[in-house]
Write a protein that binds this ligand. Structure first.
Ligand SMILES: [Zn+2]
Length: 558
């Protein structure tokens, strides 16, 4: 198929086997064709009618597949994925066991200049090292001469070898950082495991409290990593993402990519809380930017991770007395939320456990009372474990939850043992929150979960884990509701619901061409539907024939 367009900015007509417009109830749910002008949809309907209305126009046949609005993922980590793509990928699909992991790390060390960092990500101890966490000593045996940092797939903890601890200035006498934890053995000696802020200081410059410890990869590596991540997301039909951890380095990378024509999907940047004062001082309010790159809120954290079993819960994890961890003091959170709210910015606060969510609800409630004239709707990132009372308060405070869509499928098998099947009926509570009239946004939180929106849709519809177990079936939703999570739901979380999530006049011409209709396949097959093409702004951005960028996993030196 020739995707080149004779009149790029003129009106052209796109037709396909079926177009699912995801329009408002009462408007046509399907169409034969779209008329597109520039980057916008100007009309939808029957092909014959559009030909009558617009006369002879270039027509592009998108084939016999099913066209849907491009998926919007409200919360994932694009720039983190770009940085990780510049390092070693330890995904269980890539390294199945400990010998394979060791080989991957040794291979990277062999092509890294002596003494420089070997950074690795997506380590899943449950699947790759049989539930046992590799510690500092184990890492030292694999690679001793380079500093090595492994980041867990959940992104909230990692493991450093002795050289890395030394370069980071961490010794047995170092106290835990505020909001973090240094893992220790029975004698109080550092075992290399770094939780929360202790990891962030090394792995995530936008949240680091101690200045830069690990050098930033060069721009060339990062742009290659961004290409790799963008290809992956576009190949899943994603056209817009919320990047949930953006600081100055990440914002610079995104701007560099844009100025070089290498920003291929739309980015709603959530700026990490240490940079709030600068935004306020610069007079930047919610939505600053344009359709390609904008500022969508301030990211902060209350607790740990669901998949890392560190979220802050009222009932302990199954068979333990462990209630997880809070990473912020209540006063700090109240002050932050109040400042963000007063400045006309949106908070997007990570709160997984019910205790964490309650603290955030308290903070938002008091900020709204102090500044009732500010109408900004705030977000709860993840909002994983809820109660009836929490759901009622979310509705009352007009907040927007952004729960994981794909976790039942992807992490379900390990979650059942930690949270219990009763609590899983109150986790990722898409069904209950939608029934309460709350706008719910779709999110993968990649790299913490699989980025494919259709896997998220399948997970929400079936509540079935990879091994086939059904977890929390009371929270099931139908295909239409699940598709809307990654459409108007996620768009609403960024204040972009008037331009994204539908194929209707005035909306951006962002779309995905699927090989089957998600409304018509058995629910367990939704995640396996193929994406043939992805269009952003009325132009093809990816198709199955496009050459993939060379994997950027080998370190590049620049
Ligand atoms: Zn996240």
């Amino acid at each position: 198929m020739d995707l080149s367009l004779a009149e790029p900015e003129g009106i052209r007509i796109l037709r396909a086997g079926r177009i699912r417009t995801m329009a408002r109830p009462g408007e046509p749910a399907t169409a034969e064709a779209l008329a597109v002008a520039g980057d916008r949809v100007v009309a939808t309907g029957r092909l014959a009618d559009l030909r009558d209305d617009f006369g002879r126009r270039p027509e592009i046949d998108l084939g016999d597949g099913c066209v849907v609005p491009g998926f919007v993922d409200a919360h994932l980590h694009l720039t983190m994925a770009a940085r990780q793509a510049a390092g070693v990928d330890l995904s269980p699909d890539v390294v199945a066991d400990e010998p394979a992991l060791a080989e991957a790390l040794r291979g990277a060390a062999a092509v890294t200049t002596a003494g420089e960092w070997v950074m690795a990500s997506r380590y899943d101890h449950m699947r790759t090292t049989s539930g046992r966490v590799l510690d500092r000593a184990a890492l030292d045996r694999i690679v001793g001469e380079h500093p090595v940092l492994l980041v867990h797939i959940g992104a909230h903890w990692g493991v450093a070898n002795s050289k890395a601890l030394e370069l980071a200035g961490l010794t047995d006498d170092t106290p835990d950082p505020s909001g973090g934890l240094l893992g220790r053995d029975g004698d109080g000696r550092l075992n290399g495991v770094l939780h929360e802020q202790a990891l962030f200081d090394l792995a995530y410059p936008s949240l680091a409290q101690r200045g830069r410890i690990v050098p930033e990869p060069g721009l060339r590596s990062l742009l290659l990593g961004l290409d790799t991540a963008s290809d992956a997301f576009l190949s899943a039909g994603i056209t817009s993402v919320g990047d949930a951890m953006v600081g100055p380095d990440e914002l610079r990378l995104l701007q560099q990519a844009r100025s070089r024509g290498r920003l291929r999907l739309r980015v709603n940047a959530l700026i990490t809380h240490p940079h709030l004062d600068h935004l306020v001082a610069a007079g930047i309010t919610d939505g600053f930017g344009d359709d390609w790159l904008r500022i969508g809120g301030i990211k902060a954290f209350v607790d740990g991770a669901v998949a890392g079993r560190t979220c802050w819960v009222s009932e302990p994890f199954e068979g333990t007395h462990d209630h997880g961890i809070a990473v912020v003091e209540p006063d700090q959170l109240h002050e932050l939320v109040r400042k963000v709210h007063a400045a006309g910015l949106r908070v997007a606060v990570h709160a997984n456990g019910d205790k964490a969510i309650e603290l955030l609800l308290d903070a938002v409630h008091s900020a709204q009372r102090a500044f009732p004239e500010v109408g900004t709707r705030h977000r709860i990132e993840h909002c994983s474990v809820v109660t009836d009372q929490i759901v009622a308060r979310i509705a009352e405070l007009k907040m927007i939850p952004v729960p994981f869509a794909g976790y039942v499928y992807f992490h379900g098998d390990s979650l059942e043992g930690w949270y219990g099947s009763d609590r899983l009926e109150r986790m990722f509570a898409h069904g209950q929150m939608l029934a309460a009239g709350i706008p719910v946004a779709g999110s993968s939180d990649y790299p913490c979960g699989p980025y494919e929106p259709l896997i998220g849709v399948q997970s929400c519809v079936t509540r079935r884990s990879r091994s086939g177990r059904v977890l929390g079936p009371s929270q099931r939703i139908d295909v239409e509701q699940a598709m809307r999570l990654f459409g108007t739901g996620a768009a609403f979380a960024a204040g972009e619901q008037s331009v994204k999530g539908r194929l209707a006049p005035g909306f951006l011409a962002d779309l995905a061409v699927l090989d089957r209709d998600p409304f018509e396949v058995p629910p367990d097959e939704i995640g396996a539907i193929g994406v043939r093409q992805t269009w952003v702004g009325g132009r093809p951005a990816w198709d199955t024939n496009q050459p993939r960028h060379a994997a950027a996993s080998a370190p590049t030196h620049d």
